[in-house]
Design a protein around this ligand. Structure first.
Ligand SMILES: Nc1ncnc2c1ncn2[C@@H]1O[C@H](COP(=O)(O)OP(=O)(O)O)[C@@H](O)[C@H]1O
Ligand SMILES: Cc1ncc(COP(=O)(O)OP(=O)(O)O)c(N)n1
Length: 269
């Protein structure tokens, strides 16, 4: 039996909806052996983020080396990286270990508004990490900041997507969850040659905590299994749609998505 291995480099969400926890659950559900390098511990739940505690640099480096020296991930994703020093360490290790199937989810703020990336880290992200990406998966506010332009129309999205390719990412997915005006949600996928629009029905729910982490983890799991980027984003879209539609309804605020939902549907349950 072939074991496909996926690594997430991200923050811990003790509430289990986003971050490392969402990534590992998604890897498992999509048949990839999950590994993690923790960059920060957060205290959060469905009501918000109560605390952020970055991990010291030496511990992050050591975790990356422990994976790199032995376990050879087939695909890697990054989530919450918190500051410029952590981004530099991660970029250096990605290059050192030649992790080519790299998915960058440029996490900046949690849904409640708590910052998960320091402002001073933006240039470091653009200069050192995005050029190493196979796929970058910004939401609209993240794309606006990184591409340095307002995004209101679909042609704005196309222009922003081009800027990510100029930054060095081979593919970009600009996720449409933050476009509140439409019944349909549109994710834009671009590889530098053609634009592909992936549409889905907007689910009216407040239980969307961790959608971005879950989506990018699903892309990563599929890449680890040897799928193309086109196939990976297709499965990730079905995975996140099921996870949002079949809500768990736990917690008093913005609840997590349902990581069981996609496979339950595949099994016909
Ligand atoms: N209410 C929703 N209904 C259906 N799909 C959604 C909804 N919100 C987000 N998505 C999907 O979830 C994924 C993550 O999108 P988004 O919410 O934009 O990112 P983030 O969680 O990083 O802010 C995208 O594929 C998007 O289309
Ligand atoms: C530890 C941690 N990492 C990332 C996030 C943000 O995740 P995301 O999937 O964008 O979900 P929301 O925060 O927007 O619900 C997080 N909250 N915590």
């Amino acid at each position: 039996m072939t074991i496909y291995k996926a690594l997430t480099i991200a923050g811990s969400d003790c509430g289990g909806g986003a971050g490392i926890q969402a990534d590992l659950k998604t890897f498992q559900e999509l048949g990839a052996y999950g590994m993690s390098v923790i960059t920060a511990v957060t205290a959060q739940n469905t009501l918000g983020v109560q605390g952020v505690y970055p991990i010291e640099s030496a511990a992050i480096s050591r975790q990356l080396d422990s994976i790199g020296e032995d376990l050879e991930p087939d695909a890697v994703k990054t989530g919450m990286l918190f500051d410029a020093e952590i981004i530099r360490i991660v970029a250096a290790k990605v290059e050192q270990y030649r992790w080519r199937s790299l998915v960058i989810d440029p996490v900046m703020v949690a849904k409640g508004g708590s910052p998960l990336l320091r402002q001073e880290a933006l240039q470091t992200l653009i200069k050192f990490l995005i050029p190493l990406a196979l796929v970058t998966t910004p939401n609209i506010p993240e794309a606006e900041i990184l591409a340095r332009m307002p995004i209101r129309t679909l042609s704005d999205r196309e222009e922003a997507a081009k800027r990510f390719i100029q930054m060095g990412s081979k593919y970009v997915v600009i996720k449409g969850g933050h476009d509140r005006h439409a019944d349909e949600i549109v994710d834009l996928v671009y590889d530098g040659a053609s634009f592909v629009y992936m549409e889905s029905k907007r689910v009216e729910t407040r239980h969307t905590h961790g959608t971005g982490c879950t989506y990018s983890a699903a892309v990563t799991a599929q890449l680890a299994r040897g799928k193309s980027v086109a196939e990976a984003v297709q499965t990730a879209k079905s995975f996140i749609q099921a996870a949002i539609e079949d809500q768990l309804g736990i917690g008093g605020g913005h609840g997590p998505t349902n990581h069981f939902a996609y496979q339950r549907r595949v099994r016909g349950e």
